[in-house]
Design a protein around this ligand. Structure first.
Ligand SMILES: C[S@@+](CC[C@H](N)C(=O)[O-])C[C@H]1O[C@@H](n2cnc3c(N)ncnc32)[C@H](O)[C@@H]1O
Length: 241
């Protein structure tokens, strides 16, 4: 039996992948790579290795998880070392926990290699320290994807909010945050393709931030720390692109 490395590729810039991740890729016979992962990360993969695209572009729309897990089990049982390369950190909104559990249930050895999550790196690329003590006592990573988030509780918590996958629901999320009492003047920003060459962002406030013109992958950051973003002092109420 081979083994599986569950590898975090980091947020976009391939140089933000860890040394441990690069070494694991160097040992791989098979690499399963997600959409969000920079292809630059594949520079560490041996030339003879099989590289399989398993994101939506790979055509696994219907049952991606089951399909991906099946593929890994198949290759490991043939004695291959598999690297499962996921964007950011595999355990942050990445279903890495589910994949590790499924593999271990098949008796497969899994080694998890953490990665730099977009929720820290993309704000940092703008100069935003998500837990800066001058502005907050903590940070909450939350998905904007589902409807089950307790937004009033998050507002009461008074931490920086880093919202993954929230772009499509930004109008509803903003409404929830306002209803919960968060002031319109609270600094907020959107960062698309954070740390990549194609990075773009808008810095505004809860009241003025618009998702228009932005696409996936993007993060929304809400909280006083956004005022530390480079350029924010020049355009605190900038209109969205
Ligand atoms: C399924 S989650 C995976 C998160 C990943 N595991 C991580 O730790 O960064 C995908 C979401 O992460 C965010 N994301 C990932 N990479 C990003 C980037 N480079 N810039 C901005 N947001 C990003 C977006 O909200 C995207 O929709």
């Amino acid at each position: 039996m081979g083994k599986v490395y569950l590898v975090g590729a980091g947020p976009g810039d391939p140089e933000l992948m860890t040394l441990k991740a690069a070494r694991a890729l160097g040992r791989a016979d098979v690499v399963l790579i997600d959409d969000l992962v920079s292809r630059g990360c594949l520079a560490h993969v041996p030339s003879g290795a099989i590289v399989i695209e398993v994101g939506k572009r790979g055509g696994c729309k219907s049952t991606p998880q089951a399909f991906i897990e099946k593929l890994m089990v198949l290759h490991v049982r043939q004695g291959r070392t598999v690297a499962r390369l996921k964007g950011g950190d595999p355990f942050v909104f990445g279903r890495g926990g589910e994949e590790a559990d499924a593999l271990r249930a098949h008796g497969i050895e899994v080694e998890v290699i953490p990665g730099v999550t977009a929720g820290i790196a993309a704000p940092a690329a703008l100069g935003i320290p998500v837990t800066d003590r001058r502005a907050t006592h903590g940070v909450t990573f939350v998905t904007g994807h589902g409807a089950e988030v307790d937004w009033p509780a998050l507002v009461r918590g008074r931490t920086t909010l880093v919202i993954y996958m929230g772009l499509a629901r930004w109008r509803e999320i903003r409404l929830e945050l306002r209803r919960a009492g968060l002031a319109d003047a609270t600094p907020a920003c959107i960062i698309q393709d954070g740390t990549s060459r194609t990075q773009k962002q808008v810095i505004a406030t809860l009241g003025t931030l618009s998702a228009k013109g932005f696409g996936s992958p993007a993060l929304i950051v809400v909280g006083d720390v956004v005022r530390f973003a480079r350029g924010a002092a020049l355009a605190p109420h900038a209109k969205a692109a």
